[in-house]
Design a protein around this ligand. Structure first.
Ligand SMILES: O=C1O[C@H](COP(=O)(O)O)[C@@H](O)[C@H](O)[C@H]1O
Length: 811
């Protein structure tokens, strides 16, 4: 159980939902392709295919990120009805009609994993489920045993009863802990026989998305998200198990009754936090230890280590080196244990005995294996673990004639991609685990599943030259004095020896006895080459006694073996770097998601408080209004309730007009006064700088009084404000000022706010008038003093020029 909550997205309509779903799916596609080169998705039936088709077939932006790369898709079914593939109830047929048949050829064809058509109508769907599980194993556990497959994305629907996949409320299959796929015969929704992925498989997916639209889903969504009961429903269990890996894409009609916090936009989860490795590097990158997802619940760490790692490239050459997929010794030990799902014995009691053909197949495989061993693996040979003819087939490509047969067509000319397994042919299809164990007891042949430990290792001479191990004769052929660092497993210690070609001599202190017989050096395996933990390294110093080819450029590695070793170094550094990058990205995304959750929690708590506050405020207002109206009935009040309300509303309106920014009358008189005050300050400042009356008379500045219009306007506004104030103060409402309800009501606060504002307005208007009068008086005094001083001066030193008449005289 993850503990974190799923995301519930609610969009106004299916169109906007489809847009976001497209982004979400393609985001997962791109991440998956970067991680392992294919996109492994499971889809449901019901209403989902229609919405999915709307999302994926819509014209995109034309960018690579916004383009479905169907050729790299592996489509599985989250559940399937046990009916023929062309039956109207078939989920395959549904997705085929809605989506597959409509994919433009330019986007490629997905590989679609259908149920086995031959068993689709069996009375008991157990075999059908097992065969589908086998198909999953071929994709997810081709190389290694794993506990559960890890889908890149599972798209689910939800029924009105809360079922998802074909997991129905209260059904015993909900408790399945080991099997990947189970059959049911008693589905409450027709048809009764079905197969379905199990709950642990669903919850192991990297991401899980439900698509639920329309008013028909509103009750079940409310139940799932808002009630205790909903947590036990199959879809509620997916929420609980998947936690924040789960996203719900719904429309407003479906979420109408849900109180659980909804989101209106889908923020794509940073699933592409993984390092994007250039394809040039991945082509020879031995393994990228991939954390399946940063969302895996921590308690599954042990399981996580078993999930399939990066798929090996399918080409040979340097990329054909078998990639070890276990990071440590424990894992290697684990590898020997079967982690494949073990079906509960009682459930399997009904199963028929393993047909004899299975044993034959094993013999054939064994023969085949021997033949493979005797062959030299060429650089163009397919790796032994590559899909056999039984592996899934790409839509649109021809099927191998001998290993499949066409599935009946559902009205259109589309062939299914399910391969038909011919038990008489060379079959590597692993049986279900229990069967395998039973057969292992009967047959001494090795298990059919091509486990890596049993696989033919490509013979060294044919491996790509660039990664070929240095042969004894090549060890010494290194750059002149340019030994490079190697892992100890690569370095052959010896006393000084002259190599067979007589070309290089090792320094005695660097070489151990092992090099005395360099040819007996244990065969180097590719696991060591790439995965030996970095050991203490020593530079191999070579004293080259003869070099006919390396003189030109000592910076170029001496031989292919040097190149191989350098590549190894590079890859190890690269792996270290990439894993630290990935850890960092995972940490960031985890922190981000924690923060987001915390933020959402606070935000939704705040929203809740606001809503409560609103309700409380409304009640207080109603109460205050009521009390006010009651008070108005008091004969002491001259005005009736209606008149008082009107009077309050007039005041509110008047104040709003007067104070309007830029054009309100009160605003304008204030602005004019502030300008005048600024000039007054300037004049005073200039007089402070040149004290007394020493100033050149032409430079003298004077303070002019405000004009008459301004004074009249101030007086008029003062009267208006006083009038409004009187109107307000006459309201009976203020008699309730100390009453418990009315006092804190918005109504009272508004009335009180206006009253206080008007009081301040009157005060301010009066203050402006007084300041202006005082300033003018002071100015007159200053001018008269200046005039007196001038006369005195003139009497003492008669001047030629009489001072100009002061402008103040005109004031
Ligand atoms: O029977 C099924 O129903 C569910 C829900 O279908 P919907 O039409 O209500 O969306 C579906 O997810 C499942 O695949 C299908 O088999």
């Amino acid at each position: 159980m993850s503990g974190a909550a799923p995301s519930l997205y609610s969009f106004p309509d299916v169109e906007s939902l489809a847009q976001q779903l497209r982004k979400y799916v393609l985001n997962h596609q791109n991440t998956a392709l970067n991680r392992h080169g294919s996109f492994r998705i499971a889809v449901s039936g019901g209403s989902l295919p229609h919405t999915l088709a709307k999302a994926l077939l819509a014209p995109g932006k034309g960018t690579a990120e916004d383009t479905p790369q169907f050729a790299k898709w592996e489509i599985f079914f989250a559940d399937e009805r046990a009916v023929a593939l062309d039956h109207p109830d078939s989920n395959y047929r549904l997705i085929k009609d809605e989506l597959l048949d409509k994919i433009p050829s330019s986007l490629g064809s997905p590989t679609v994993h259908t149920i086995d058509a031959d068993h689709a109508t069996d009375d008991d769907p157990t075999e059908l489920a097992d065969l589908y599980q086998d198909d999953l194993k071929r994709t997810f556990a081709a190389k290694d045993s794993i506990k559960f497959p890890v889908f890149d994305l599972i798209l689910l629907g939800v029924g009105p009863d809360g079922h998802t996949c074909s997991l129905f409320p209260g059904h015993p299959q909900l408790r399945e802990k080991d099997a990947w796929v189970v059959g049911i015969t008693d589905s409450p929704k027709p048809p009764p026989r079905r197969i379905t992925l199990t709950l642990p498989v669903v919850s192991h997916a990297i991401s899980i998305a439900f698509v639920a639209t329309g008013g028909g889903k509103k009750d079940i969504l409310r139940k799932i998200f808002d009630t205790e009961e909903g947590h036990d429903l199959p879809s509620g269990l997916v929420n609980a198990e998947g936690g924040d890996k789960v996203s719900w894409f719904s429309d407003d009609a479906a979420t109408e009754n849900v109180s659980f916090p909804k989101r209106a936009t889908c923020i794509p989860r940073p699933t592409n936090a993984c390092l994007i490795i250039p394809s040039a590097v991945t082509s020879f990158l031995p393994v990228l230890k991939m954390s399946t997802t940063h969302n895996d619940p921590p308690k599954r760490a042990e399981e996580r280590s078993r999930v399939p790692l990066r798929q090996p490239p399918r080409t040979t050459g340097i990329s054909s080196i078998p990639a070890p997929t276990f990071a440590n010794a424990d894992d290697v030990a684990n590898k020997r244990k079967s982690l494949l799902p073990q079906r509960n014995i009682s459930m399997r009691a009904r199963r028929t005995e393993q047909p004899q053909g299975q044993v034959n197949n094993r013999n054939i495989n064994e023969e085949d294996r021997k033949q493979l061993s005797s062959n030299t693996v060429s650089t163009t040979q397919k790796p032994a673990r590559d899909p056999t003819p039984l592996s899934s087939h790409r839509a649109g490509q021809p099927y191998p004639q001998d290993t499949m047969k066409k599935v009946p067509e559902a009205g259109r000319n589309v062939s299914t991609t399910r391969t038909k397994i011919d038990h008489g042919s060379l079959s590597m299809r692993p049986r279900s685990p229990l069967k395998s164990q039973q057969n292992d007891a009967k047959v001494s042949a090795p298990p059919v599943s091509p486990k890596k430990t049993q696989m033919q290792r490509p013979s060294r001479p044919t491996r790509s030259a660039s990664l070929r191990q240095p042969s004894a004769s090549r060890v010494g052929v290194s750059g002149e004095g340019k030994g490079h660092t190697r892992h100890r497993s690569q370095v052959l210690n010896s006393n000084t020896i002259t190599l067979s070609a007589g070309q290089a001599t090792r320094q005695p202190e660097k070489l151990g006895p092992a090099l005395l017989k360099p040819q007996q050096r244990p065969a180097f395996n590719t696991f060591q080459q790439h995965f030996s933990p970095k050991k203490e390294r020593e530079a191999v110093r070579l004293s080259v006694t003869e070099s006919n080819t390396r003189k030109a450029d000592s910076s170029i590695p001496a031989s292919r073996s040097d190149v191989a070793a350098l590549q190894t170094e590079f890859l190890q550094v690269y792996l270290l770097y990439s894993s630290s990058m990935q850890e960092d990205a995972e940490w960031r995304s985890m922190t981000e998601s924690k923060l987001r959750k915390r933020y959402n929690k606070v935000a939704s708590a705040y929203q809740g408080l606001l809503a409560e506050e609103k309700i409380a405020q409304r009640q207080q207002n109603l109460k205050a209004l009521h009390d006010w109206s009651v008070d108005c009935d008091n004969p002491a009040n001259r005005l009736d309730f209606a008149t008082q309300i009107q009077s309050l509303s007039q005041v509110i309106q008047e104040v709003a007009h007067l104070t309007e920014a830029d054009s309100g009358r009160y605003t304008l008189v204030i602005e004019a006064f502030e300008d005048w005050l600024a000039k007054l300050e300037n004049v005073r400042e200039s007089r402070r700088e040149i004290p007394g009356f020493d100033m050149d008379p032409d430079q003298v500045q004077f303070v002019y009084p405000m004009d008459r219009a301004w004074r009249d306007e101030v007086d008029a506004l003062t009267s208006k404000a006083e009038y409004c104030l009187r109107g307000l103060q006459n309201l009976a409402l203020f008699a309730l000022e100390n009453s418990q309800h009315a006092d804190s009501s918005a109504l009272m606060q508004i009335a009180r706010g206006h009253r206080d504002f008007l009081i301040l307005m009157v005060d301010e208007l009066k203050a402006m008038r007084e300041i202006e009068l005082e300033a003018v008086t002071l100015e007159k005094a200053w001018v008269s003093r200046a005039a007196d001083q001038l006369h005195t001066l003139e009497d003492e030193q008669p001047r030629q020029v009489k001072p100009r008449q002061g402008a103040w005289k005109s004031a």
